[in-house]
Design a protein around this ligand. Structure first.
Ligand SMILES: Cc1ncc(COP(=O)(O)O)c(C=O)c1O
Length: 378
């Protein structure tokens, strides 16, 4: 059996161990400490001075962002339909209602025109949505100009779910820094990892200070434990922040490697007709291409996204269908949705290819060879 190729495995730089060792040597084995403070500062520098609260996961960051915007019971939150369930679950934690908005085909992210139609309809028939969560799927920035315009026009705050998009940019500005707040994930499969972790990004420290407070059980500044609101245990561990510091030093190499993977796939698969790769629509967009993703638009019974996934799997290669849209998930099936068929089309016809920054040239040739032979090309 050939060696296993994973979809998006962690890729350590070797620099992480120094910071972890420091944590052990100084006994800062806690969800606070120098690595957490420095990781926040270093990430803030990378994100052009935006404030950072380092947290236990991206999901926790979304949850806190919703709380900070005052989202509560029966409030409505507009959210991308084409995403991972972690974007949506925190809306339910708050007893609020997700309202799904489908994708445009240019970026595969939230369609700004459909967003406006959804808002108009919610306001006319129900009530004004309390927040919008827009996702940068697979690292591709959403159409921020248009989305921000709608958010401003209706005065509804925006949360940018950039869990997959650290290192991506729109109009030269970092993903994660758009809207009222942004969130990042450092889960093991992401462009950089802390094994598990996330961050809340905001333009001012008022929000991140409040997030740190809520993430530390909302402990008031007293000698005894005093609590006047509900808190959470959502801070990042000082050991894991050490991993993050070592990872952050190589972020630009990682982005370059992911972009290079996609370029190699484009070259090696160019002979196959009817493959549409997720692509930057114009030069405003710069994607980290976290996962190389494509749609097989000329599919048949023998060559389609699922047959390719099975063929790669038979050679010990991990690949995955594109996101199953939220409105099709049994857990969310009764929630309101504004649809145009695009996310369903992407799900039915697309797949993500292995995209780790530690893939070798031979690995990519083996994977592309697997796709080509599934098509019957040697
Ligand atoms: C789009 C998106 N949002 C949110 C999350 C949640 O991040 P985490 O796994 O760090 O909780 C993820 C990844 O897992 C994601 O891909």
């Amino acid at each position: 059996m050939n060696t296993k190729i994973w979809l998006s495995p962690p890729h350590m730089s070797g620099l992480e161990e120094k910071y972890i060792r420091e944590a052990f040597e100084t006994n800062w084995i806690a969800p606070l400490g120098p690595n957490v403070d420095k990781f926040e500062r270093e990430l803030s520098r990378y994100l052009d001075g935006h404030d950072i609260a380092a947290l236990s996961s991206g999901t926790a960051a979304i949850h806190l962002a919703l709380i900070l915007l005052g989202v509560g019971y029966e409030d409505e939150v507009i959210v991308s339909d084409f995403t991972f369930a972690a974007t949506v679950n925190p809306i339910l934690y708050q007893g609020a209602v997700p309202v799904f908005v489908d994708s445009e085909l240019e970026t595969w992210n939230m369609d700004p025109e459909l967003l406006e139609l959804a808002i108009i309809d919610r306001i006319r028939n129900h009530k004004k949505p309390k927040a919008i969560i827009v996702v940068d799927i697979y690292g591709m920035p959403a159409n921020m100009e248009a989305i921000l315009e709608v958010s401003a026009k209706y005065d509804i705050p925006l949360i940018e779910d950039a869990a997959e998009a650290l290192g991506s940019k729109y109009n030269g500005r970092h993903c994660g820094t758009f809207g009222e707040m942004g969130i990042l994930s450092f889960n093991g499969n992401k462009i950089i990892t802390t094994s598990g972790g996330g961050a809340l990004v905001a333009g001012n420290s008022e929000l991140t200070d409040k997030a740190r407070f809520l993430a530390s059980q909302a402990k008031e500044n007293e000698l005894h434990f005093e609590h006047s609101q509900v808190g959470y245990n959502y801070r990042m561990s000082n050991v894991l922040a050490g991993i993050g510091r070592g990872q952050l030093e190589v972020i630009e190499d990682r982005v370059a490697a992911h972009r290079n993977n996609r370029q190699r796939y484009l070259e090696l698969l160019s002979e196959i007709p009817g493959l549409t790769f997720q692509s930057e629509p114009d030069d405003r967009y710069f994607s980290n291409f976290w996962l190389t993703s494509l749609v097989i638009s000329r599919a048949d019974n023998h060559f389609n996204s699922r047959s390719v996934i099975r063929a790669l799997g038979a050679d010990n290669i991990d690949s995955r269908p594109l996101m199953k849209p939220m409105h099709l998930q049994p857990v969310f099936k009764n929630q309101p949705a504004y649809l145009n068929g695009n996310s369903e089309y992407l799900f039915n016809h697309g797949l993500c290819l292995p995209s780790g920054s530690n893939l070798s040239d031979q690995d990519i040739e083996r994977i592309a060879g697997g796709v080509r032979s599934a098509r019957g090309i040697k």
